[in-house]
Write a protein that binds this ligand. Structure first.
Ligand SMILES: O=c1ccn([C@@H]2O[C@H](COP(=O)(O)OP(=O)(O)O[C@H]3O[C@H](CO)[C@@H](O)[C@H](O)[C@H]3O)[C@@H](O)[C@H]2O)c(=O)[nH]1
Ligand SMILES: [Mn+2]
Length: 742
């Protein structure tokens, strides 16, 4: 039996054409040597701190060294947890053109696609519709595809949009097929150049009419009588009775297209399309997206029970119509390990500005680190663009955990129409909000509950059960999604992730212990890197304030330039930054984008990570209860214009901006005071490191100074935020002045 990591070309003779290959990155050897050298550097630094700590004579020097020691221990820990990403990074290739040698089209497995949406105002229904239409138009036998849309917003507006989409699909699908359109998302297609394509104009008009209709219904906030054309539609909308709210309503399941029954305008079969809004009750927890996905798993089991399942966020439209064939290269490889549980495509985004000022591409997370984890066969699930074997949700590879009713078993064969009374009755039953009580859903079955990052957590738990995974990286992005284009949204998203990750880190499933025990230390460390992502805030916040406050009080904290320990600092700094930059450049990212990424790392450090960390602790004590705050996908024209010009957006009152502005102020003042000191007393040697740190942070803070003083547009920092920050900076300065005098 061959593992997914082994190249198919090594197989017995005569070798069949390969379905997939992999190549270990050439830098592995260098990475390992560097890791060894860098570890020695870190140990030396910790030794240096320990000596200073033992020899500290005053309360001040004691607390300063303790802070540095703590920060550097955290930095060392975070560095150490990146080792798994660097030990065996790999790059894979697939050859869908060779599929015919192992599988006929009629044998392709059926595919259930899950699309989640949660709020028609933050996630415009037209966006969700575009995602659904793009996957319905896959290069895959349409009768094998079923698209299920889960609407946690329980909105008739979304249902209306999908009724319109079902009608439009009858034209769109044959149009894509006949013209071999590569861009299967209508919105993206009509924004691009369609010159010379037969009937493109006719389709565009149809699309525009649908769009206008849906958008006007969304603007009005309700589906008017004039929009309802059939009795069937009326019956569906009648479910929105007076007491129907998004937090309290019965399940709504509407079959909009049934394969076998509904044909497109060329007479071909269409995929199934099902709208689903699970039952909600204010008194029962609904477990956010994980809860929605589990209902999708069950409802789809009662209707089609496809052996392969794809999860998609509502904004992640299909960009490469061959994607499912690429997945088949793994899933239908007769030699692949039966433990292969999922094939993940990296998250990629459209509409990112030239230099990616907010580092929204998250290259490190979605590509660099994922390639490393892929080498260990345990790349994580990132919530969207992931194809699972349905079996994976029912226990480890060797132990099937049976669901409560046989119809939910992964190998159960459905042989009734999805519109039949029996199927619909069962579907409604499994979509009810108390269905899960006293079952294993969320703990041993399905997507796992207990973390706001259900994707990371579920992937990790599946890995611990023994499942393996593959990262499928293609040049043309498989899916493209929206990245937040406003700083507040982005920081709030990172904050939500930080909380969710800590929930895993501090649970009994902590990757350092449980993960290491189940799948070995490397996987444990790799997952721990993310579980403890937000403790970056400890060193980042310390280094953003402490040396600067010390400098303002004339206290030197680091070795002089002439001291040999100084060179250790230089090595550690240049080594870490240099390696990071090199890794970005090697995956084709420009240095400018890397620079912006490290800036965002600092920004997140003093805002999202810090706030997430604090929120998590408050949550532990039951003081706060943060939920899944959906990221807005609505684009404001003015904001989008500023974003495209590469200008930061600070124009909303957000507590997350206060520490940013405070950091900017303290560093500016300390740099100036330090510089004056150097000019007047020529004591550069002693304070060089502190001066350098202030200057470095200052350069990174440039957009913040601009937003505070130089800009006049609506995205500038609110005066209130600036005032609060000045007050906070003054308080910090005065308390430090007092502390340094003790
Ligand atoms: O109660 C909820 C909350 C969210 N969603 C859906 O979850 C998806 C992701 O939400 P979004 O606000 O876009 O969050 P992001 O932070 O951008 O998403 C990333 O992080 C999430 C975990 O925090 C993962 O679920 C996502 O797949 C991953 O792309 C969207 O389609 C939502 O409609 C639900 O279905 N129900
Ligand atoms: Mn998103």
């Amino acid at each position: 039996m061959r593992c997914p990591s082994e190249s198919t070309t090594t197989h017995s003779s005569p070798p069949p054409p390969p379905l997939h290959t992999l190549e270990v990155m050439r830098r592995v050897g260098l990475n390992r040597v560097f890791a060894l050298v860098y570890t020695c550097g870190i140990l030396a630094l910790l030794y240096h701190h320990s000596l200073a700590f033992l020899h500290s004579t005053t309360v001040l020097s004691f607390s300063l060294t303790l802070s540095l020691l703590l920060s550097d221990v955290v930095l060392a820990f975070m560095w150490f947890t990146t080792l798994p990403f660097r030990m065996r990074p790999i790059r894979r290739r697939v050859f869908p053109e060779n599929l015919t040698s192992v599988i006929k089209e009629s044998q392709y497995p059926a595919l259930d696609v899950f699309i989640c949406t949660a709020d028609p105002y933050k996630e415009p229904p037209m966006r969700v519709v575009n995602t659904a239409l793009s996957v319905m138009a896959y290069d895959y036998p349409p009768e094998k595809v079923s698209v299920y849309v889960s609407d946690d917003g329980g909105s008739e507006l979304t249902l209306f949009a999908f009724m319109e989409a079902a009608k439009f699909a009858a034209h769109w699908l044959p149009f894509c097929r006949m013209n071999r359109i590569e861009e299967r998302c209508p919105d993206a297609y009509f924004r691009s150049n369609q010159a010379g394509v037969f009937e493109a104009e006719r389709l565009k008009t149809k699309y525009e009419i649908m769009k206008e209709k849906v958008e006007s219904v969304v603007d009005r906030g309700r589906v008017g009588e004039e929009c309802i054309t059939t009795e069937q539609e009326r019956e569906a909308f009648n479910k929105w009775t007076a007491g129907f709210t998004c937090q309290d309503h019965p399940p709504v399941i509407q079959v909009l297209l049934e394969s076998g029954n509904d044909k497109d305008e060329a007479g071909h079969e269409m995929p199934n399309l099902v709208y689903l809004s699970r039952q909600k009750s204010k008194t029962l927890p609904h477990n956010f997206k994980a809860g929605a996905l589990n209902v999708l798993l069950r409802v789809s089991a009662t209707m089609t029970n496809a052996p392969v399942v794809l999860t998609l966020d509502c904004d992640m439209y299909l960009n490469d119509s061959q994607t499912p064939l690429r997945v088949l290269c793994y899933l239908s490889d007769p030699f692949i390990t039966p433990k292969l549980g999922y094939v993940q495509f990296p998250q990629r985004f459209h509409g990112i500005n030239k230099n990616d000022i907010y580092a929204s591409e998250l290259k490190r997370l979605f590509q660099i680190h994922s390639m490393g984890m892929d080498g260990l066969e345990c790349t994580s699930y990132v919530g969207t663009g992931c194809f699972f074997r349905r079996r994976i949700f029912f226990g480890g590879p060797a132990t099937l955990v049976s669901p409560e009713i046989p119809e939910l078993n992964p190998d159960y064969v459905v042989n009734k129409s999805i519109k039949s009374h029996a199927v619909l009755a069962l579907a409604h039953q499994v979509a009810s909000c108390n269905y899960e009580s006293h079952t294993k859903w969320g703990s041993k079955m399905g997507f796992r509950y207990g973390s706001l990052v259900e994707d990371y957590y579920t992937g990790y738990r599946l890995q611990c059960e023994g499942w393996k995974s593959v990262l499928c990286h293609s040049d043309r992005a498989a899916f493209l999604g929206d990245a937040p284009i406003n700083l507040d949204d982005l920081l709030n998203q990172t904050k939500r992730w930080s909380i969710g990750l800590l929930e895993v880190g501090f649970s009994k499933y902590c990757p350092l212990t449980f993960g290491t025990w189940s799948r070995g230390p490397l996987m444990g460390l790799g997952y721990a890197h993310y579980a403890f992502w937000s403790i970056w805030s400890i060193p980042i916040t310390t280094y953003a304030f402490l040396p600067q406050l010390a400098l303002l009080n004339g206290v030197s904290m680091f070795p002089k330039v002439s001291n040999p320990w100084f060179y250790l600092y230089v090595f550690l700094f240049v080594g870490a930054y240099g390696q990071d930059c090199l890794e970005f450049v090697l995956v084709g990212v420009t240095v400018q984008r890397w620079w912006n990424d490290q800036r965002m790392w600092m920004i997140r450090g003093v805002s999202s990570y810090l706030f997430g960390f604090i929120d998590f602790i408050l949550k532990l004590f039951g003081i706060s209860a943060s939920g899944f705050n959906v990221t807005s996908k609505v684009v404001d024209d003015e904001q989008s214009k500023r974003y495209n010009q590469g200008i930061f957006e600070f124009g909303v009152p957000s507590p997350l901006f206060v520490p940013l502005a405070t950091t900017a102020l303290i560093n500016l003042v300390s740099f100036l005071v330090g510089l004056i000191g150097v000019i007047r007393f020529r004591n550069m040697e002693e304070i060089f490191v502190q001066l350098f740190l202030s200057g470095f942070v200052m350069v990174n803070c440039w957009p913040i100074y601009e937003a505070m003083v130089l800009r006049t547009d609506k995205g500038r920092m609110l005066t209130k935020t600036t005032k609060i920050s000045i007050l906070l900076a003054l308080t910090l300065y005065l308390s430090a002045a007092l502390a340094f005098k003790i």
